[in-house]
Design a protein around this ligand. Structure first.
Ligand code: NAG
Ligand code: NAG
Ligand code: NAG
Ligand code: NAG
Ligand code: NAG
Length: 259
């Protein structure tokens, strides 16, 4: 594969995503704002020098339009495969498979993990953003979906106008769990949730250490919602169905130090 092909492929992909999704600029039409969107490139070749699907140009173009990329290779050589399928350690942001057949099993290798999110392969479209402290003194912790959530983080924050304010969406068929251990020096935690989820279908649920449901979020809240819990172990589970995907959630957990 030549250098030229390498250049063409990333420019074509970045331009295609813009061309295909400018439909969203007219807010009075069916804008497909809340569907999981992807471009699938079916190809029998891949640059052996490596296509430049770099994060500052090609990934940015996809992120700007809230679109995911799937590359399905057919009978690629080992060198081509190694350049296409690089793995998590190479900061891969798109999904990619290679197949030598076109039967149902081959189709399942990309439909099941990426469209049904069945965890049979790493889904690079929905990377986890695990619980982590927001400051070095552990005075609060956070987690969110999608990983590039850009909605409100504080009660004076606002969701911006639909779609363009945040192109990122969570994935269909999400089933992700987060565990928050109450710090030893705390007797409780205040949990604040900013969320925009498909009402009645996609849920962010919180469970205490005995697995009792203590809070459940679905739909949309203009500012935020909070609750207090004394549980030593708080588990959050986010589940989504096969239909709309919205702008997701940000959770902030503030431990109350024992006085
Ligand atoms: C947006 O779409 C509506 C409905 O199809 C149409 O009437 C309107 O002219 C469009 N606006 C623009 C700026 O294209
Ligand atoms: C990414 O690709 C663009 C377009 O070719 C280029 O201008 C930019 O320098 C590249 N960035 C990196 C980090 O490779
Ligand atoms: C795959 O490519 C090899 C050559 O690299 C060729 O011999 C083989 O027939 C191809 N298989 C299919 C299914 O096209
Ligand atoms: C913050 O928490 C992490 C792990 O939860 C721990 O390793 C670290 O020592 C804590 N830092 C402080 C300042 O308590
Ligand atoms: C998608 O959701 C609908 C409505 O909840 C359900 O009837 C259908 O079985 C689901 N399809 C799949 C493939 O899960």
């Amino acid at each position: 594969m030549s250098y030229l092909y390498n250049l063409i492929i990333f420019r074509a992909l970045a331009s295609l995503v813009k061309l295909a999704y400018t439909v969203n600029t007219n807010s009075s039409t069916d804008t497909r704002t809340n569907v999981q969107r992807s471009i699938v490139l079916l190809t029998a070749e891949w640059p052996t020098t490596g296509a430049n699907l770099n994060t500052s140009y090609v990934k940015k173009a996809f992120d700007d339009y809230g679109v995911n990329l799937l590359v399905v290779g057919f009978n690629l050589t080992d060198t081509e495969k190694s350049k296409l399928i690089r793995g998590a350690s190479a900061d891969q942001w798109y999904n990619a498979v290679n197949t030598v057949t076109t039967n149902n099993d081959a189709v399942a290798t990309f439909v099941n993990p990426y469209y049904f999110n069945d965890k049979s392969a790493t889904n690079f479209w929905c990377p986890m953003y695990p619980v982590h402290p927001t400051s070095s003194d552990n005075s609060s912790f956070t987690f969110q979906e999608p990983y590039n959530y850009d909605g409100p983080y504080s009660t004076d924050g606002q969701w911006t106008v639909p779609f363009d304010g945040q192109t990122g969406r969570y994935c269909n068929f999400a089933n992700n769990q987060y565990t928050i251990n109450r710090p030893d020096n705390a007797d409780g935690m205040t949990v604040t949730v900013f969320y925009e989820l498909e009402a009645g279908k996609d849920f962010l649920n919180f469970y205490d250490a005995s697995n009792n449901l203590i809070a459940s979020f679905t739909g949309y809240d203009i500012s935020s919602s909070s609750f207090y819990t004394a549980t030593p172990v708080l588990t959050a589970r986010f589940t989504s169905d096969n239909q709309s995907v919205f702008r997701g959630f940000n959770v902030n957990i503030k431990p109350h130090p024992t006085s």
